[in-house]
Design a protein around this ligand. Structure first.
Ligand code: ZN
Length: 184
């Protein structure tokens, strides 16, 4: 059914031709491409925390239009340098997917990121990692992940990264790193 026009073609079909994709065994539908995109997003890890962008609940929306992918994400901290690293990784990973021609990763600041966006898996991972996970309010006592004591004191609000603060447990004398969400 493929007809070759040789030089006989006028410019008329030009617009339609640019949409042609490399045919794979079974053209990927938009649905499966979206699945692949979410899968790829689930492998993008925060360079400062043992969490993926999905664990953190950073992704607001994925929109696929032909080969054009637009991802909208809400960063935990607007100033967090990790966001640029993750952004670049998202672009690189999605660009590698078959059928994707262009990837745009937009940052959304309309609604601040809160702990409520983090998944249960994300919270569990933070605890496994030894980071104290804040409860609903930042004024709540910090619980020591080692002994469970709340007899803790803030030692340094500026931890190794912007998103962590250092506490000290008066009972078991361990330093505690606490995940420090920007808004609670
Ligand atoms: Zn302790």
């Amino acid at each position: 059914m493929v007809k070759r026009n040789g030089n006989g073609g006028t410019g008329e079909r030009g617009n339609a031709e640019t949409r042609t994709r490399t045919p794979h065994a079974g053209m990927p539908t938009t649905r499966t491409l979206e699945d692949q995109i979410w899968e790829a997003l689930a492998s993008v890890v925060d360079p400062e925390l043992p969490l993926t962008v999905m664990d953190l609940g950073l992704i607001d929306e994925v929109r696929v239009t032909g080969g054009h992918v637009r991802v909208r994400m809400t960063p935990t901290y607007s100033a967090c340098p990790a966001i640029e690293v993750m952004r670049e990784e998202i672009r690189a990973k999605l660009r590698n997917l078959p059928g994707v021609e262009e990837v745009q990763v937009e940052l959304s600041f309309s609604e601040p990121w809160t702990m409520a966006r983090m998944t249960e898996r994300g919270r569990a991972r933070l605890r496994e990692y030894g980071l104290s996970v804040p409860s609903s309010r930042s004024t709540a006592a910090v619980t020591c992940p080692f002994c469970g004591s709340t007899n803790t004191v803030l030692e340094n609000p500026f931890g190794p990264t912007l998103c962590r603060a250092i506490y000290y447990c008066r009972d078991c004398h361990n330093p505690i790193e606490r995940f420090k969400p920007p808004a609670e």
